[in-house]
Design a protein around this ligand. Structure first.
Ligand code: AMP
Length: 216
């Protein structure tokens, strides 16, 4: 099964993608996580990507397309995968289609998580994340331990610098301009499944699984 998690930042793509990954035994590929680890390691990619990420802008398509092509050629993607945060532009979507076509494969479904802007802003500004394992927390709904140590791995829980209010606003603007048109793109391919992302993590996960099972 090959899935794309679509939706604005803060709609829960990462959280839900990781849970689906565990359920179906296929990798969850988060381009944001890959970039953040490249930045932390100060690799060539990280150095190129950092200034875009800090401003809430998209990293250029050519870099992202190269990154995802390399990742999809790895052996663990043979049985399927979940893409979280890619594609984010029409150009990326077209490159992904072309790459998969070459491998005689295709995306099965695009799960589009929908949430009101006000709720997105509240989720993002209250989001905290483990700097070591990427575990997500939320100050309102799922607070991290009082000592800011991750309950899963003991790493330090931080606020992502791009979750600051000004950067969040820019990321949402960039989403509207560059990523939202993908809904139409995938609707034309009859692959778009729209999911209301309001509710608890467990409720949304149950909804996603039901939709996947219905369409398998
Ligand atoms: P995310 O964790 O998915 O919210 O991604 C964090 C940041 O990484 C984004 O705001 C972008 O700067 C960058 N990024 C992640 N995925 C992509 C992509 N497919 N295209 C361009 N930039 C990306």
């Amino acid at each position: 099964m090959r899935l794309i998690m679509l939706g604005a930042p803060g709609t829960g793509k990462g959280t839900q993608g990781k849970l689906l990954s565990a359920r179906y035994g296929i990798p969850n590929i988060s381009t944001g996580d890959i970039l953040r680890s490249a930045v932390a390691q100060r690799s060539e990619l990280g150095i190129q990507a950092q200034s875009y990420m800090d401003r809430g802008e998209l990293v250029p398509d050519n870099l992202m397309i190269r990154l995802i092509k390399e990742r999809l050629q790895q052996a663990d993607c043979e049985g399927g995968f979940i893409l979280d945060g890619f594609p984010r532009t029409i150009e990326q979507a077209a490159a992904l289609d072309a790459e998969l076509q070459q491998q005689a494969k295709a995306i099965d479904w695009v799960l589009d998580l929908e949430l009101e802007t006000e709720k997105i802003v509240a989720r993002l500004t209250n989001r905290r994340v483990c700097s070591q394992c990427g575990q997500d927390y939320n100050l309102l709904t799922n607070p991290p331990p009082a000592d800011h140590r991750c309950a899963k791995c003991g790493g330090t829980v931080i606020q992502r610098s791009d979750d600051a209010p000004d950067t969040v606003r820019n990321r949402l603007k960039v989403y509207e301009e560059k990523t939202k048109p993908l809904k139409n793109y995938f609707q034309q391919q009859a692959k778009l499944l729209v999911v209301d992302a309001e509710g608890t993590v467990e409720q949304i996960q149950a909804k996603l699984r039901a939709i996947i099972e219905e369409n398998r």
